[in-house]
Design a binder for this molecule. Structure first.
Ligand SMILES: Nc1ncnc2c1ncn2[C@@H]1O[C@H](COP(=O)(O)OP(=O)(O)O)[C@@H](O)[C@H]1O
Ligand SMILES: N[C@@H](CCOP(=O)(O)O)C(=O)O
Length: 293
């Protein structure tokens, strides 16, 4: 049996749609695999009742098929599905690493990124590697085509998850079809600022670089209370706040001393908007961890 813990991830980080991603220290999914004649899946944990166990519909099924690695796969969800915290991608990344080990396929973590991406695409509709790359490789990742650059950044974060479900597939439908030159110049400036901040471990630059005028406004409209929660986090000391992945999670960058206050402020602001939520005080963390038995 092989067991893997794969972390939640926050994709886009505002200015890096479909490119930027960050592994979060917590929460995480745990995936256990055992060899079998055909693939079967059991799901337990947070939101398990909303996750299909049919291999054709669960992200881990396509991974097992791509690796020609049939297995009994047990998924213990620590990351709620339809969260914007890379829940479906975390299971796919964990399964890729676990099955590669179980069947001794000898692929590197980088080689597993597109395989896990195939699994994730079964639910989101299109391949985007900005969840599975950080889930496998850790840190802050820049995924362009098959090239992934990793920065082992150390940035404190708060991820606040409201009791609203937004599927990545639906949230991709509201992405604008094009951009003006002015919007492109703004986005490049912010993305470069964010990347510099990650390389320097500078929460101020990371927060500044999270601002986005292109994709985020349309997605924010799908999250009740977004503007109030963003304002509350900024007032409590966040250096930047944006939609996490496709939402409804909201991610804030900060200095360590403000993290607790920001988490409370975000939960309070959601409550004022009539929405229950849960805040994770976290930071950029490592990629999936492998445990063999
Ligand atoms: N292993 C899995 N973990 C989480 N969600 C899964 C899994 N397999 C299939 N799904 C489906 O994927 C959808 C959630 O994925 P997605 O919309 O991309 O959100 P998230 O940001 O949580 O990854 C849900 O419809 C869920 O049922
Ligand atoms: N780049 C994707 C990321 C989706 O992340 P998720 O955590 O919501 O699955 C997108 O923005 O659609």
């Amino acid at each position: 049996m092989v067991t893997v813990r794969a972390p939640a991830t926050s994709a886009n980080l505002g200015s890096g749609f479909d490119v930027f991603g960050a592994a979060l220290d917590r929460p995480a999914d745990i995936v256990r695999v055992e060899k079998a004649d055909r693939t079967t899946i059991d799901v337990t944990g947070y939101g398990a009742e909303f996750i299909p166990e049919d291999p054709d519909s669960n992200t881990v099924g396509a991974v097992a098929e791509a690796l020609d690695a049939p297995a009994h796969i047990r998924i213990d969800k620590g990351i709620r599905p339809s969260s914007g915290l890379g829940s479906s991608g975390a299971s796919a990344a964990a399964a890729a690493l676990a099955l590669n080990e179980l069947y001794d396929r000898g692929l590197s973590r980088r080689e597993l990124v597109p395989i896990a991406g195939k699994g994730e695409a079964t639910v989101s509709g299109e391949v985007h590697l900005d969840n599975v790359a950080p889930a496998l490789l850790g840190g802050f990742t820049v995924a362009t085509g098959r090239d992934v650059t990793v920065v082992d950044a150390d940035i404190p974060l708060v991820a606040c998850l409201p009791e609203i479900a937004v599927s990545t597939r639906d949230a991709r439908d509201v992405v604008p079809a094009g951009a003006t030159m002015e919007q492109l110049i703004y986005t490049v400036g912010r993305a470069a600022t964010l990347t510099t901040g990650m390389c320097r471990n500078d929460p101020r630059l990371v927060g500044k670089g999270m601002h986005d005028r292109l994709v985020t406004p349309a997605r924010a409209d799908l999250i009740a209370g977004y503007d109030q929660v963003r304002e509350a986090a900024l007032s409590a000391g966040a250096t930047g706040v944006t939609v996490s992945g496709a939402g409804p999670g909201i991610i804030a960058a900060c200095y360590p001393e403000n993290r607790q206050e920001i988490a409370s402020a975000m939960v309070e602001a959601f409550k004022d908007a009539g929405v229950d939520s849960r805040a994770y005080q976290t930071k950029i963390g490592r990629g999936a961890t492998l445990y063999s038995e």
